[in-house]
Ligand binder design. Structure first.
Ligand SMILES: C[S@@+](CC[C@H](N)C(=O)[O-])C[C@H]1O[C@@H](n2cnc3c(N)ncnc32)[C@H](O)[C@@H]1O
Length: 261
């Protein structure tokens, strides 16, 4: 069970006193339930649990010693769907905000990426949020619990068996001008920084294929309101609605004609 964003003592009471009882009730009734990542779903089919290929990719990518990895199961299911669907349109895949590569490792495994004639660009400073492209508030939210030492080398090693994955170290958006695909089918934004995500959209938006998918990992998170407002502003200005998912993610399917200006 992973619930966050409340005062520590409230968080603890929520999980141990209230949610634990509800979860037990559902377990005893042998009724399906999901209690994780600030998301409670009761009596849903949870069909992704029976997608063997997805569950194998998830288990291989998630670190068993990191509860936050395991908690992201539903978010990873969303990305898996987006990735598979994005194969219907031309273009490469891009992730801005990679950290240790949890999401991208799951997706490349799930899609048998070596068999796919596209590239996957993974952008990160591998050193945290740069001051010029994030607010103090955003830095304080993300820095807790993140360790950067050796991350770049570890991510390069993690994807070394793929010929078509580019691990690119640099600051978004600056690095995009140096190295970015011309046509994009999937864009995963997970920088946790409003200014940088908007700048990435400014640069990459005109390169998104018609029907491309943009998945924004933190769009619906209350702790990231600054980010949600910035993303909402950008997409509204380009006349695209955002689907806010119960996982906290936001998703858009692209009408390329509206992003060419
Ligand atoms: C929440 S983590 C990404 C998690 C990742 N998607 C995963 O699979 O676990 C956010 C990452 O964004 C990176 N980042 C934030 N702002 C950045 C920027 N302007 N340029 C490059 N990387 C940035 C940080 O270094 C951090 O690794």
């Amino acid at each position: 069970m992973s619930f966050y964003g409340l005062r520590g003592d409230v968080e603890h009471r929520l999980m141990t006193e209230h949610l634990a009882a509800l979860q037990k009730l559902f377990q005893e009734a042998k009724a399906p339930s999901f209690f994780s990542d600030n998301l409670i779903a009761l009596n849903r089919n949870l069909s992704f649990l029976y997608d063997e290929k997805f569950m194998n990719a998830f288990s291989a990518a998630a670190d068993k010693n990191i509860p936050e990895d395991e908690a992201k199961l539903w978010r990873l299911h969303t990305l898996a769907w987006c990735g598979r669907t994005a194969l219907n349109v031309p273009g490469d895949f891009v992730e801005c905000g990679v950290y240790k590569g949890l999401y991208s490792a799951m997706l490349t495994d799930y899609l048998d990426w070596n068999e796919i004639d596209r590239r996957f660009y993974l952008y990160d400073t591998f050193a945290g949020l740069p001051d010029d492209w994030s607010s103090e508030m955003e830095r304080s939210t993300v820095s807790d619990g993140y360790e950067w030492d050796g991350t770049y080398d570890a991510v390069c090693a993690r994807f070394a068996h793929y010929q078509n994955v580019d691990v690119v170290k640099g600051v978004v958006p600056d690095i995009l001008a140096e190295r970015a695909p011309k046509q994009i089918a999937l864009l995963h934004l997970d920088l946790n920084a409003a200014k940088a995500e908007v700048a990435a959209l400014d640069f990459l938006g005109p390169r998104l294929s018609d029907g491309a998918i943009v998945l924004m990992d933190d769009f619906g998170r209350k702790e990231q309101l600054e980010l949600a407002e910035a993303l909402m502003g950008w997409w509204t200005a380009h006349d695209h609605p955002i689907l806010e998912l119960p996982t906290g993610q936001g998703m858009v399917t692209v009408n390329a004609a509206k992003l060419q200006t």
